[in-house]
Design a protein around this ligand. Structure first.
Ligand SMILES: Cc1cc2nc3c(=O)[nH]c(=O)nc-3n(C[C@H](O)[C@H](O)[C@H](O)COP(=O)(O)OP(=O)(O)OC[C@H]3O[C@@H](n4cnc5c(N)ncnc54)[C@H](O)[C@@H]3O)c2cc1C
Length: 414
């Protein structure tokens, strides 16, 4: 019987363990932490947004540059399949929420984690086992991979699944160190790593601005500019925070911010009336100013944004206390400029410590997208965030982990 080693007991490793168990295969999962699935416990704010019940063609679009790579995995093990497995095999009831997001009925990520661990079987899991290196012998298949633990223990496997995660939330075990093994010992190319799905810190006076509105959420268009060029744009809720911006429209932009962003003159531009051009909004505002001459401009502006935001924009434009009748053309234009093109300078690249997902990882051109097997080392499978795949928010990343685990196990078993 083939002996499979799974390195990493996060979402991807645990799903792979469950699929191997279902097949009656022989395997050992090695997890360096004291327990499996520590990141899984944090998912969905402790509620675990397990997947997203969108059709695969739509779902694929949520994986950025990896959408084509993900097609076979997602088509082989769809969101419906994840749900059927988790409900039918693991016995955890699920529910659907807004935007097709799927959660356990209990709202407890621990129910998903515990069910995966129980199904995989304690006898197949070794926690507290940190893999520090892997040796791979040429040719023969049997016992080809020697996994070396921190204490010098050597374990031999015929087949290996690397499910060591990315680099974010390092306290959960995925601290990025395993990319050294994937790169140096297993010879894979690792693409540059970026923190993804996280808030963006802004600098200086812009930080004072966002801090003054901390906790306020507003719908807006958001653009990421680097070297004076629009690099990426989104639209959705923007949340002001003590050190910058967050919320769905912003976190989707984080994956494009380079480490040396300060050398690229990076900024975020917010548009509080997306879909409408400057002239149209200006004309409308002018008309309101005509019929409400004794009203402050910032009060009229509250037709478009929450009052607190209009006040803060008015302060930036220097029109806080000025009534419509006394506003000059330049002052009105300046207010509109802030309403439509609020420019906030990026302070630095967001931190891996607070990012939900890692962009970058093992290069996809070295991986068979139908099985997640390495094209360089047959018998080696790489799944989960260790790959250069990052999905948008909404259950996409756990779905990727499950689908990749599924095709890897199918590849091993056939
Ligand atoms: C706060 C937060 C909330 C999130 N919420 C969601 C959500 O609701 N929905 C969603 O789809 N995604 C969510 N994500 C993303 C999702 O959790 C990850 O994409 C997913 O957990 C990746 O699974 P993985 O198995 O590849 O990696 P991980 O879950 O990071 O697991 C990797 C495991 O490998 C172990 N390991 C690493 N190196 C070694 C080694 N050398 N030896 C032994 N073991 C090793 C680590 O200890 C770790 O347990 C969230 C992420 C965070 C941080």
């Amino acid at each position: 019987m083939i002996r499979t080693g799974i390195i990493g007991g996060g979402a991807a490793g645990l799903f792979a363990a469950c699929f191997l168990k279902k097949e009656g295969a022989s395997f050992t999962l090695l997890e360096k932490g004291p327990e499996c699935g520590r990141k899984l416990l944090l998912t969905g704010h402790g509620r675990c947004n397990l997947t997203n019940r969108k059709p695969v063609t739509e779902l694929m679009q949520g994986y950025h540059e990896a959408s084509k790579f993900m097609k076979p995995a997602l088509s082989s093990f769809t969101p419906e399949d994840v749900m059927a497995f988790v409900q039918g095999e693991l016995g955890v009831s699920l529910k659907e929420e807004e935007n097709n997001r799927i959660f356990p009925v209990s709202d407890k990520a621990s129910d998903i984690r515990d069910a995966l661990v129980d199904y995989a079987g304690a006898e197949n899991i070794r926690t507290g086992f940190e893999v520090t290196d892997i040796e791979c012998s040429e040719g023969s298949c049997e016992g080809r991979f020697t996994v070396i633990g921190k204490d010098g223990t050597r374990l031999r496997f015929d087949v290996l699944i690397m499910a060591t995660g990315g680099k974010t939330f390092p306290q959960t075990g995925s601290d990025g160190k395993s990319f050294i093994i994937l790169g140096n010992s297993l010879g894979h190319k690792v693409t540059p790593l970026y923190p993804a799905l996280t808030g963006i810190p802004v600098a200086g006076e812009d930080k004072e601005f966002t801090s003054s509105l901390s906790g306020v959420s507003v719908y807006a268009g958001a653009g990421l500019y680097l070297d004076n060029r629009k690099h990426q744009k989104t639209e959705g809720n923007v949340l002001f925070t003590h050190d910058g911006l967050s919320g769905p429209a912003i976190t989707e932009l984080a994956r494009d911010i380079p480490e040396d962003v300060s050398e690229h003159d990076g900024w975020i531009e917010l548009d509080f009336t997306p879909g409408r051009d400057d002239t149209e909004v200006d004309k409308e505002l002018l008309e309101q100013m005509r019929v409400r001459p004794d009203t402050r401009l910032v009060t009229i502006g509250a037709d478009y944004v929450p009052h607190s935001v209009s006040n803060a924009l008015g302060k930036r434009a220097g029109v806080t206390d000025i009534t419509a009748a006394n506003i000059t053309r330049e002052q009105r234009k300046e207010y509109i400029r802030n309403l439509k093109h609020l420019h906030l300078t990026i302070d630095r690249q967001p931190k891996f410590e607070t990012a939900y997902v890692t962009r970058g990882g093992v290069a996809l051109d070295e991986i068979n997208r139908k099985t997640c097997e390495s094209k360089l080392l047959p018998g080696l499978y790489i799944i989960g965030e260790a790959l250069d795949v990052d999905g948008i928010s909404g259950g996409y990343n756990l779905q990727a982990a499950a689908s990749e685990a599924y095709i890897a196990v199918r590849g091993i078993m056939c």
